[in-house]
Write a protein that binds this ligand. Structure first.
Ligand code: FMN
Length: 175
């Protein structure tokens, strides 16, 4: 599979998770390209058969300009100029493309998160193959990833390698 990973990160955790997922896929022989959201393509290349979209959870959803500014005020080294939500609004949809979302967050699994919000937005923007993937835990005390989460991300990447993109995965969009 050709895999495109688009990821947003202010403090670096979601980027580290994206890299670990990518390493898992690459280990299983897949071609992986990872883009920070502000440099992500607006047209998904035809050879991409799996799209992964990762975002930090802000206010139980994807980030906004306001929450990104708040992250900087709380010590994040950078704020991306656009977030995943804005990118989803800009990218040309591919109806049948296999898409999985992931996020980082400090709260437990029972609360809404960016991955769920992103999957919904992708679906309603025409990526009908979008599904919520995994959340990865950030430790609120250290603001770093909780123990074992990078390993879990790597393992999820290896598991994603077994997804079948189907013939539609390489078919350009018709609408
Ligand atoms: C403004 C703001 C709002 C946040 N809201 C939530 C939230 O609703 N739920 C949650 O679990 N974590 C929340 N967090 C914690 C972030 O999820 C955490 O900072 C993020 O996973 C770090 O990812 P990054 O290192 O890639 O920026 C919030 C953080 C900020 C800065």
């Amino acid at each position: 599979m050709g895999v495109l990973i688009v990821c947003e990160s202010s403090f670096g955790n979601t980027r580290h998770v994206a890299e670990a997922i990518g390493a898992g896929l690459a280990r299983r022989g897949h071609q992986v390209e990872l883009y920070p959201v502000e440099r992500a393509p607006r047209e998904i290349p035809d050879d991409v058969t799996l799209l992964l979209v990762g975002s930090p959870t802000h206010n139980m959803a994807m980030t906004t300009a306001e929450t990104r500014a708040k992250a900087v005020a709380e010590g994040a080294p950078t704020a991306p100029t656009i977030g995943i939500h804005e990118w989803i609004d800009l990218v040309t949809p591919r109806r049948a493309l296999l898409v999985r979302t992931f996020d980082t967050r400090t709260t437990g699994a029972f609360l809404p998160s960016a991955a769920r919000d992103a999957a919904r937005a992708l679906k309603s923007n025409g990526f009908h193959g979008a599904k919520t993937g995994q959340s990865f835990q950030v430790d609120p005390r250290t603001t770093g990833l909780a123990d074992g989460e990078l390993q879990r991300a790597h393992e999820w990447g290896m598991a994603l390698a077994d997804l079948d993109p189907g013939p539609a995965g390489t078919t350009p969009p018709t609408t």
